[in-house]
Design a protein around this ligand. Sequence first.
Ligand SMILES: Cc1ncc(COP(=O)(O)O)c(C=O)c1O
Length: 463
Amino acid sequence: MFQQLLRIISRKRSENLSQDHVFHRNFNNNYPLIERGEGVYLYDTQGVRYLDGSSGAVAVNIGHGVQEVVNAMTKQASHVAYVHTLRFETSLQHELASMIASLAPGDLDTVYFTSGGAEANESALKLARQYHLGNNDQEKFKVISHSISYHGNTMRTLSIGGDQKRKELYDKELHGGVIHLAPPYGKRSDFENLQEDEYVDYCLNQIEKKILEEDPETISCFLIEPIVGSQIAAFPMPDGYLKGIRKLCTQYNILLVADEVMTGFGRTGEMFAVNHWRVTPDIITFAKGVSSAYAPLGGMIVNNKTIQTIKDKWDGKFAHGYTFSGHPVALAAGKANINYLLDKELVPNVKQKGRYLRKRLSELMEKFTCIGDLRGRGLMLGFEIYKNKKTREPFNQSQKAAEELNQICIENGVVFYPGQGLIDQQPFDHILVAPPFVITDNEIDHMVDLLEKSLKIFERRFK
Ligand SMILES: Cc1ncc(COP(=O)(O)O)c(C=O)c1O
């Protein structure tokens, strides 16, 4: 009887193994099966090598296969893999929080841990609301954001972000209470003749008008990517814009939340992107680069005034929490990753390599008529893809130009982060280039050569 049962189980297992049980991101795609990663390269089971020109989802900042991080995670898991942070703590929680607080600007001194970016933003939205309720501002609940931005894939973060394609399925259930502003991306509209500072003043005036129209007493926070990542390919806020928003937020008692999920921990050549403009938000949210994706980790860094309200008005309790908040193995990855980042001086390296990468990419812009508008900071650069560069005529949306170009790149052994944006109802394609911080000049040359080879094929196919 027992033997028979074993035979049935074994038959079922072998049948199951030959069947595909994975709920894929896209059932029609063939994904290379990756076996190993080292530095800027990934290797599949056939031995094919891919240069990771986007650090995964702009996350593997220190590169693949760093043993120091793996060892730290293994050591922590062998001591204790998990504690419930509602009941217990680990010393790692204190160590990593104080490390992160020491790197953060101004009085952002207190760190809350999550497992990723959307959870981090959800936490910040709830904290902002609880802060205002604690101060008897009962009506403050609305969130301001840019209509071109990405803050996560949960229902609330999706409703606040601007990814129209991801949102369209959920029209009925996406919540209200969001004030969407046009991003300060004046090139496509009527503002091309304005100087940058005039344009920024114009935008800030429009924002103030909107705040007054909506009633400041109903607005809780402004959630903003200082350099917009996946939705518009590394588009930095113009000079003066963030400072102006900081001022408006202070004036109207709106918490400023900088979403540094993609930009945080050195990606743009500063530890946090807000440092480029010397702006201190009330909350910074982070994920990706905090652990270089060796483990799911994210969180928020909160300023003292917000924490004080939770302590004084809420008996010290933030009405929130996740099972995996402060997961010891993820924290071990975070601590080892940040030590590695600092010991190897990788953030200054980002500035240096970013300059070289920008130079090489701008040479490519000269050679091809289908790409242009190179922008970004550090090792977070982006460009747009056009049918006609002179008139900025985009490819037809259905041609999925960025996806197609990236697919050709993958066939040639390099991978980037493609996207499709929408400005003034005009769709356009873009590519984010964001390799790991450890990339060498030779590897940059190799990456750009592979992109060039792919662009030649792309131009032939799309002519
Ligand atoms: C700016 C920004 N915010 C939030 C998120 C969501 O992070 P996660 O996918 O870890 O939930 C992302 C992810 O790409 C992001 O780029």
